[in-house]
Design a binder for this molecule. Structure first.
Ligand code: SF4
Ligand code: SF4
Length: 161
């Protein structure tokens, strides 16, 4: 049984890209599975890679079309979109981030799973901030954590410990 607020495993499996779609290229991972009246992700995507036939239909990403621009990550009001890029034994995971200060490239942060558990420390690869001040922080994690890390905690929260 899944924890409250956490996507059930069988649903999640359908939202994650097969390895070949994310090998060497960043693609969006849209973890939005409720029938909510929102389609921001569909409208902001510059290449129409978000499939969403009706406003309450849960979105899906066309991973072949996705160019990994991150626009949808920054625009999603539910903070439900991430990006994953597989790279050999490593992976880059990009997560939305709405706190200040925004971690900088080279800093070490905590990588958290979907229920907020600290699963690893990770180096920040890059961070970008949108005009509305939402940021997207990309971290480098072992490949095996590509589909479990979905948030970060800043270094002052005790990466040394
Ligand atoms: S990452 Fe960019 S190209 Fe991919 S689905 Fe999001 S907005 Fe579209
Ligand atoms: S913008 Fe975010 S919350 Fe809205 S439909 Fe897309 S993924 Fe879901």
């Amino acid at each position: 049984m899944s924890e409250p607020g956490v996507i059930p495993e069988d649903v999640l499996a359908e939202l994650l890209p097969p390895d070949e779609k994310a090998e060497g290229r960043a693609v969006a991972v849209i973890e939005c599975h409720e029938e909510i009246p929102c389609d921001t992700c569909r409208w902001v995507c510059p290449v129409k890679a978000v499939i969403k036939p009706a406003i309450t239909t849960p979105p899906r990403c066309d991973w072949d079309a996705c160019i990994g621009c991150g626009t949808c990550v920054l625009a999603c009001p539910g903070l439900a979109i991430f990006m994953v890029k597989l790279d050999g034994e490593w992976a880059e995971v990009s997560v939305p981030y709405e706190f200040l200060p925004v971690p900088k490239r080279g800093e070490v942060v905590w990588a958290l799973d979907r229920v907020g558990r600290r699963v690893a420390t990770a180096e920040v690869v890059r961070a970008v901030t949108s005009k509305d001040r939402t940021s997207m922080v990309t971290i480098r994690v072992p490949r095996g954590l590509a589909h479990s890390v979905r948030a970060i905690l800043p270094p002052e929260e005790g990466t040394e410990g």
